[in-house]
Write a protein that binds this ligand. Structure first.
Ligand SMILES: Cc1ncc(COP(=O)(O)O)c(C=O)c1O
Length: 406
């Protein structure tokens, strides 16, 4: 039977496969980025109340007005970006849907879109679903910087858009003003639209400032700003995101969203509106809690012999394991190393190369996700110490490369 050509080279998510393996092997899941701590009580209560109040039917396709107004108010208050909730704001089923509908709404077959890699897994499929040609800009370790000269070489008369995520999964970069100014000036020179995934906007460390690209001069009218609830409020299963876009894109995005999902879950949208009305202290507590998690994660990684830079934002670390391969006889291939971690050590991670399309990158790294209770991270650390310090011959016994996930 025929499979659509647009799915060529698009397999199932490696991260979700690692989660499945983690469950099968009783491993602590540091592969997929979701919290093992509770969501805020107030917002769970708001969801329950909305269901009890029978807010259980289709919402207006663009999103319930309370939530759109709360999103617009947040963008104005934090970033001085002004969106009309009646025109520019659309609530989607997660950032994942937001990205797909945005690209479907703006790209024609054959258009080029520059995608910054390593990337969140759905960026590449979203471009392909739109029929566009993804052109990769590779962030190179150890600094993972956006270099305007290298970026410029990728722009062409066919470039319609660039897709950027900041704070960045998986490298932990928070792109600075200078890097973003480089992107802004290229978008203007080549008349391209920027699509920004800002899902980790509130998770930053050590004073690194999240700067929405739309706030740079000349960018508000050519940026599609995407955000969501999953990470900020520890509700990845609620599937709530949003797009703030200028016209006429906003209208086109609404059409694709309407005919794809109709609307996001109505009662949860009311709860999300309540979430956006939490006091500022929620965000400072969030930052503080994540800083503790990050610091513990880094001390575990450094103690175990991984090479890694502390992230500036988001909640992931790309950790170079090759020193361990060399000195401890551990697997050298990232997939085999991730399998060994999951099956033998009991800590699931993601092979680094699965975040790149360009061959040869991410081969020396695995990604750790740390949106976890401190005790979960401590237990993961204890397992890693045990696993890495075991006798080499025992350790290597029984590692199968057959279960390779790629
Ligand atoms: C950069 C990035 N974008 C989007 C998502 C998915 O967001 P959502 O749960 O809102 O679909 C993730 C989840 O890990 C992510 O890291």
């Amino acid at each position: 039977m025929q499979v659509a050509a647009r799915l060529e080279n698009i397999g199932q998510s490696v991260i979700r496969e690692m989660t499945r393996l983690a469950l099968a092997h009783g491993a602590i899941n540091l592969s997929q980025g979701y919290a093992d701590f509770p969501a805020p009580a107030e917002i769970k209560e708001a969801a329950i109340q909305a269901i009890l109040a029978d807010q259980n039917q289709y919402a207006i396709t663009w999103g319930v007005p309370e939530l759109r107004r709360a999103i617009a108010a947040k963008m104005a208050r934090l970033y001085n970006l002004h969106f009309d909730p009646e025109v520019h704001v659309t609530v989607t089923c997660g950032v994942t849907e937001a990205i797909t509908v945005s690209l479907m709404a703006m790209l024609n077959p054959g258009d080029e879109i520059i995608i910054v890699e390593p990337f969140h897994e759905n960026f590449y499929p979203a471009a392909r679903f739109a029929g566009a040609i993804p052109v990769m800009y590779t962030l190179e370790p150890p600094d993972y910087r956006l270099d305007p000269d290298r970026l410029k070489r990728l722009f062409s008369p066919h470039t319609r858009a660039i897709l950027i995520n900041t704070p960045h999964n998986p490298t932990g970069r928070v792109f600075n003003r200078e890097e973003l100014a480089g992107v802004a000036s290229l978008c203007q020179e080549f008349d391209a639209v920027a699509v920004t995934d800002e899902i980790y906007e509130f998770i930053t460390y050590d004073g690194h400032e999240h700067i929405p690209l739309a706030t740079l001069p000349g960018m508000a009218e050519r940026t599609v700003t995407i955000g969501g609830m999953s990470k900020t409020f520890a509700v990845t299963g609620w599937r709530l995101g949003y797009v703030c876009a200028p016209e006429p894109l906003a209208n086109a995005i609404r059409a694709v969203h309407d005919f794809t999902t109709i609307c996001a879950a109505t009662p949860l949208q009311y709860a999300a509106a309540a979430a956006l009305n939490l006091p500022d202290s929620y965000y400072s507590d969030l930052r503080q809690a994540y800083t503790q998690r990050r610091d513990l994660m880094m001390s575990i990684l450094w103690d175990c012999g991984f090479q890694a830079k502390a992230p500036e934002g988001a909640y992931y670390v790309m950790a170079d394991f090759t020193g361990l391969s060399a000195t401890r006889g551990l697997p050298e291939n990232p997939t085999e190393f991730a399998m060994w971690m999951t099956k033998e050590v009991g800590v699931a991670v993601v092979p680094g190369h699965s975040f790149y399309r360009t061959a040869g990158f991410g081969e020396n790294a695995v990604r750790f996700a740390f949106p976890k209770k401190l005790e979960t991270l401590a237990e993961a650390g204890a397992r890693m110490h045990r696993g890495i310090n075991q006798d080499t011959s025992r350790r290597l016994e029984g590692i199968s490369t057959k279960g390779s996930i790629k």
